[in-house]
Design a binder for this molecule. Sequence first.
Ligand SMILES: [Fe+2]
Ligand SMILES: [Fe+2]
Length: 405
Amino acid sequence: MALVKPLTKFSNGAPKFGSNPGSPKTRASSMLRMSARAETAAAAAKKTPKKAPKTPPKETLLAPRFYTTDFDEMETLFNTEINKNLNEAEFEALLQEFKTDYNQTHFVRNKEFKEAADKLQGPLRQIFVEFLERSCTAEFSGFLLYKELGRRLKKTNPVVAEIFSLMSRDEARHAGFLNKGLSDFNLALDLGFLTKARKYTFFKPKFIFYATYLSEKIGYWRYITIYRHLKENPEYQCYPIFNYFENWCQDENRHGDFFSALMKAQPQFLNDWKAKLWSRFFCLSVYVTMYLNDCQRTAFYQGIGLNTKEFDMHVIIETNRTTARIFPAVLDVENPEFKRKLDRMVEINQKLIAVGETDDIPLVKNLKRIPMVAALASELLAAYLMPPIESGSVDFADFETQLVY
Ligand SMILES: [Fe+2]
Ligand SMILES: [Fe+2]
């Protein structure tokens, strides 16, 4: 799964990561605990492990989400007796691809991780921790959803079920690797607690398809873009996890291609006017969420030598081009007006965050937010209503699952 999730409600502001990772005031503190490997001051904690109070993590608009769906409807959709569009040969081929497990031996750490983490100090260290935490949460969210789908579809469609199980294997690997990265910073994400404490967002199956397809493809473009940039500019390579992104992103690409095949098997989700409206809605949600999230974390992107907005626009444009192969309509993100709208949303979001950080009482804060939320909603609507690009593969026979290497 990618690092961003669709927009579904308005936020009270940005998720914050405090200067003290152990502070109970921070969102992260509810999920992060000190590792037994901590040094110096944390050595005491090794003898008497100090656990942060477990309170449910703060849910915000832009935080990575956990998803659940209507599993009974999923079973109906993948019942080969009912749905004659299911191309069993194609799913069987995909299953063999997943079984090959190209990255079985890819995620092996070395001592460079800890050494690099120790060199990262000051604000960049904190922002790295936040990057690892958010990425781990997003990957783990994919693991939970795919694992459950693998379990629930076993009887109805064993091939599709096994692919979901193998995708959950990949996501568990990704989440585990990121969590090991946190251990370099003497922290660990409590995934068991996260599973129970986090709120789950319900999406009907067709929305799971749109959201997850985009999430996987945007994840692919983010990882490969960071990897290629650091390969060309090795002086910014400050933590070895990025070296793993080239093979890692191919997992995300395969996951996205599987969702392409799933959507092709459900043409009712792709071939009418409602599908076009929802496709545009999900594209907008995913792109805006990523842009606003990343613009709150420019220090991270600057730290690895990237211009945040240029990076995001590259990822959005490439994801949109990929998505146009399967969605019946996409946004015209290459129209300069689209970026201007995104930039205005960033400005409004910054003002919203500033209101959240004042000492005003909640009522005053909410009153101050009203015109800003209205302005944000108006920008979103205007972006949504921009003339779209008709796309997709009406003739599915011409559509080939493609891996982008
Ligand atoms: Fe992943
Ligand atoms: Fe994935």
